[in-house]
Design a protein around this ligand. Structure first.
Ligand code: HEC
Length: 152
């Protein structure tokens, strides 16, 4: 009988020991350190914004030159940059909501319409919807305490 009690005690001790030194702890540390590496490698929100600005400017040039293929390409690049922000969950302390919320509110519709205008080679529509896109860039800046960041 005693031996059974001793074995049971040892067994309970062993389980206790395993729990305090559980492998999931070290795995958790590994996961945490990988997460911090990923955060260091992610582009910042401002970096992707400069890509927005670059393609926004090129889009303006393409519309001015009636270069519809180029316009369509630039719209796509803005969309891809926005998708990158969402896929990598890029954010910062200025953003009042996740970027996906603002994408739906300010960019998605404008970009879809511009892509359609480019396919239809409709310069007048491209011009007015480009102005709408620019206003939406600025609308989001305004909503996120960045009113001074005026895109034109
Ligand atoms: C989420 C709403 C949002 C939308 C939509 C948005 N921006 Fe921004 N933008 C921001 C925020 C927030 C910052 C500040 C980023 C930072 O803190 O580095 C910013 C910064 C910028 C900057 C300055 C980047 C730098 O680091 O110098 C530029 C340029 C810019 N945006 C261009 C654009 C253009 C062009 C568009 C439209 C195609 C656009 N943004 C749409 C929120 C937005």
């Amino acid at each position: 009988m005693k031996i059974v009690v001793i074995i049971s005690c040892l067994f309970i001790l062993l389980i206790g020991a395993c729990q305090t030194q559980s492998p999931s702890n070290s795995q958790q540390q590994e996961i945490d350190s990988l997460k911090s590496v990923i955060n260091q490698l992610k582009p910042g929100l401002g970096e992707v914004m400069t890509q927005f600005e670059y393609h926004h400017d090129r889009l303006s040039g393409a519309i001015g030159q009636h270069d519809f293929e180029r316009a369509s390409y630039e719209v796509d690049e803005i969309k891809e940059a926005a998708e990158k922000i969402m896929q990598l969950h890029i954010t910062n302390d200025k953003l009042q909501q996740p970027f996906s919320f603002f994408f739906e509110k300010y960019l998605k519709n404008s970009l879809d319409i511009l892509a359609d205008n480019a396919t239809k080679k409709d310069t007048a529509a491209l011009r007015s919807n480009f102005v709408a896109l620019t206003n939406n860039c600025n609308g989001c800046h305004h909503e996120n305490n960045m009113s001074f960041m005026k895109i034109n």
